[in-house]
Design a protein around this ligand. Sequence first.
Ligand SMILES: [Fe+2]
Length: 450
Amino acid sequence: MKDTPQTSSLTQADTPVGTTPGYMPGFGNDFETEALPGALPQGMNSPQKCNYGLYGEQLSGTAFTADPPERTWTYRIRPSVKHSHRYTRIDLPNWKSAPNVDPDVVSLGQYRWDPLPHGAEHTWLTGMHTMTTAGDVNTQIGMASHIYLVTESMVDEYFFSADSELLVVPQEGRLRFATELGIIDLEPKEIAIIPRGLVYRVEVLEGPCRGFVCENYGQKFELPGRGPIGANCLANPRDFKAPVAAFEDREVPSTVTVKWCGQFHRTEIGQSPLDVVAWHGNYTPYKYDMRNYCPVGAILFDHPDPSIFTVLTAPSGVPGTANIDFVLFRERWMVAEDTFRPPWYHKNIMSELMGNIYGQYDAKPKGFVPGGMSLHNMMLPHGPDRNAFEGASNAELKAEKLDNTMSFMFETRFPQHLTAFAAKEAPLQDDYIDCWTSLEKKFDGTPGRK
Ligand SMILES: [Fe+2]
């Protein structure tokens, strides 16, 4: 008598790459994807001849001996050497790299900016306006913060940064990153990571576009250690999405711009470099929807350090001391008893650059507006303004939903230096420092006074 396998009663999923069309879920997974059937070699990386006449090529994002190595095998129409001819230096005057210390600029201070206004037409490359730099791009340490203003798509124009991975935080408009490894569409409330060395072009889906970029010169962003929090909450790995393979076979005059040691260079080629038909590996671009971030906080009294809201961290050589932390302040419930609930006054060895994506930030009811940015540099005191202090000190402490708010922080262990653009051309709020002026002395020696 023939057995019927019990598995015949199981209904099997038919979407092995996940539930978001065009993307594969998971942080740092070893993905595999092919845009044409059979394009991806099975069981090996470098067959004597690849299917479809493709070229096999590895993109290494870490040293060969790093543990674990991060690399991706690509199977492409032409090897990348065909997308890289002689280079000519070009100038992108708005995009600066560390070290960029301007003797005429005072970086020591608490600074805040209104949103950069839209004005001239810009692509992703010309629209990158550097606000601060930290560390040294030549030694792969530190970061830069930028605000992008983009109105125009790149056409037959491609880019990669050998200096950095880019963390992109859109605030207005929708962008498409057409990369060698696939397509990422990005809108406000999402972030994207574009890894070092990956070739891409940026198209405007809905403009004008404005947002923030953290350019990470150092080790890649990773998920923070969870410690006693355990396996759940914060940013969950499944919510990070890498694109499926996508390629084009277009033979048109094109340019590739390369950022390398803080300088820009351009080469001319005869085709699109987005010609990867299939790939596998763990060195990929990805995006993350910050509406999926599950904040953890105080549920009885007091106030944890802002690191409790870390989404991604880029380590430095010192354990626990990040080259960059990306920290998210989003909607959440405030329930702590007998507690001053906004962020407390403090000084920090880390330098804190904040941006507002939408809504109102709890420590600054006014002045820190969507699209705006603030900087509290290394060891400079800051904290709630008078309105926030008085409001939070006298509020009836019932459970309260902090709603309609999404701000973030690029926090780095290195001091951040303002560019001349940030100090002299961007809409700096000259009176920001005055937000603390009206804080009163309440102490008069009387016990019990509050
Ligand atoms: Fe702070």
